[in-house]
Design a protein around this ligand. Structure first.
Ligand code: KIV
Length: 274
């Protein structure tokens, strides 16, 4: 067998091996150009179904389709060369059966060029994680606050606030690790529980609104850039791009109105009109 090209991206075993070691850095990405800027600084990029809310202004992630995930996944893969790219399986594309999940995950892998997929759910989805993993599809799991389950949960609520809830969430973590997930996102989870789970399972935990003691962290890129109108309480903004975009638009509008818009001389190879 000839080897076509050297694998340059961070691999699934490399992420897996970071359990208890150097923290894993991750952000979401939905389009090629922004992904290119952040690629050198992250270990993996998640094309999250949060794109439904962030890019399309939806209220929840439930309306996101497989075709949307594939289009954005392919864009992020095209824009990057280093980070491992994980694409979310959207609501309705994997819950029905492991076979349907496999078929849809194959489409995601083949049509985007990404390395892995992410599925929401713990014990209830463990058999599907096993089915995919055994057939060559690396799976990242996602437990705690699972936005695709929002109608059942009755809102975006932190999970595990009561100690009586912990056993079920710990069982979810153990089930996805045992089924072969290479990492698990812990979203919206009480801090002591997320720290406890990190110590209990042998795959990396990736926290978001969980615990700084997870094996890695993920944030929605637009949230940390200051582009989200209503970021969650736990979000730390590392830039204020929303204000900068508004400022740039205002300066542009002023330049157009007072006719100080940059000259067109030689633009597109055009000669100056005398
Ligand atoms: O869809 C998404 O962006 C996610 C992250 C919040 C983990 O699942």
């Amino acid at each position: 067998m000839s080897v076509q090209s050297k694998i340059k991206r961070i691999t699934v075993p490399e992420i897996r091996a970071r359990k208890g070691a150097e923290p894993i850095v991750s952000l979401t990405a939905y389009h090629a150009h922004t992904a290119r800027y952040i690629d050198p600084y992250v270990d993996f990029l998640l094309v999250g179904d949060s794109l439904g809310m962030v890019m399309y202004g939806m209220e929840t992630t439930l309306g996101v389709t497989l075709d949307m995930m594939i289009a954005h996944g392919a864009a992020v893969v095209r824009g990057t060369e280093r980070a491992l790219v994980v694409v979310d399986m959207p609501f309705g594309s994997y819950e029905e059966s492991p076979e349907i999940a496999f078929r849809n995950a194959c489409r995601v892998i083949k049509e985007t060029g990404c390395t892995a997929v992410k599925l929401e759910g713990g014990t209830r989805i463990a058999e599907t994680i096993r089915y995919l993993s055994l057939r060559g599809i690396p799976v990242m799991a996602h437990i705690g606050l699972t936005p695709q389950n929002i109608q059942v949960m009755g809102g975006f609520k932190t999970q595990g606030r009561e100690e009586s809830e912990w056993a079920a969430i710990e069982a979810d973590a153990a089930a996805v690790a045992e089924a072969g997930a290479f990492a698990v996102v812990l979203e919206g989870m009480a801090e002591p529980l997320a720290a406890r789970i990190t110590g209990q399972i042998d795959i990396p935990t990736i926290g978001i609104g969980a615990s700084p003691h997870c094996d890695g962290q993920i944030l929605v890129l637009e949230d940390m850039l200051g582009l989200s109108p209503k970021p969650a309480k736990f979000v730390r903004e590392f830039a204020t791009l929303g204000a900068q975009i508004a400022g740039a638009a205002e300066a542009y509008a002023r330049a157009v109105r007072d006719r100080s818009f940059p000259g067109v001389e030689n633009t597109y190879g055009m000669k100056k009109v005398k």
